[in-house]
Design a protein around this ligand. Sequence first.
Ligand code: GDP
Ligand code: ZN
Length: 295
Amino acid sequence: MAELLEGLVLSHLGQGIAVETDGKIYLCQTRRRLDTVAVGDKVLWMQSAPDQGRIEEVLPRRSLLARPSRNDKVRPVAANIDTVFVVFAIEPCCDFLLIDQYLAVCENHNINAALVFNKIDLGQSDTIEQELPNYQKLGYPLYRVSTRIPGHEGLEELKQALKDQVSIFAGQSGVGKSSLTNTLIPDKELKTNTISATTKHGRHTTTAATLYHMDQGGDLIDSPGVAIFGLAGLNEQQLAYGYREFQPLIDNCQFNDCRHVYDKGCAVRAAAEHGEISMKRYQRFLKLREKMPPA
Ligand code: GDP
Ligand code: ZN
């Protein structure tokens, strides 16, 4: 009997899953539903032909990013992500409500988060500059980059940060996620073609999430179309926990079912009113809370 090999899921193909072991790519089938295996998953698989095999087991994940799909189900977007880099820019206009959502999801899913301010060649924005210190105070790293300035030092800093971990870019359409990905993986097309060619049978669709190894170190999961994962099924409590600065306050609320809105003795609201935490972030929490179904 063939032995079990450990592999890394690179992408979903038309007719199977691209799994990498020792630098070689194999087309694998699975007995599970195909969409329960996620890009970034570590799997145990068994070889069935020179370039093919079958996934027997998905190894435990250290994180899983999912997005809501039909019938209240969640679909895995990517597994084992260490850091989500939330990309924003002056143009299209920076949406802090969306940024807060991403950060809240990461906080709840045991994933680090960092901010990437792209297109800094376009100039300054007072609105953005006023907000950024709030995030830096909370410990979120900030990278100021531009894909239009070759050898930009912010980009070098970002490359260093991407090393030795699995990352993904998130952010609204047009902020420059693909441009950044192409800058960081200049031979992306070649790498994509290698995945398709080695597996022959599987045609790689451009919308499929794919894991790329970067030459400078680190893995980047490129997921056109799924980069916007919204609140990913968080409930009210999780949303509050997702605001890092609320965490030490929540226990001080008078009632343990405090919703942190107009509740009597709410420590979170009091901290926002006294300027101990950002009132803007608190107001965005209230807005997001209104959008979600009750717990
Ligand atoms: P995505 O939708 O987030 O993947 O964004 P794209 O990478 O497709 O970029 C959207 C637009 O922004 C394109 O027209 C890019 O050329 C432009 N863009 C990307 N990076 C920069 C940058 O650093 N500076 C400027 N001025 N434009 C950029
Ligand atoms: Zn409260």
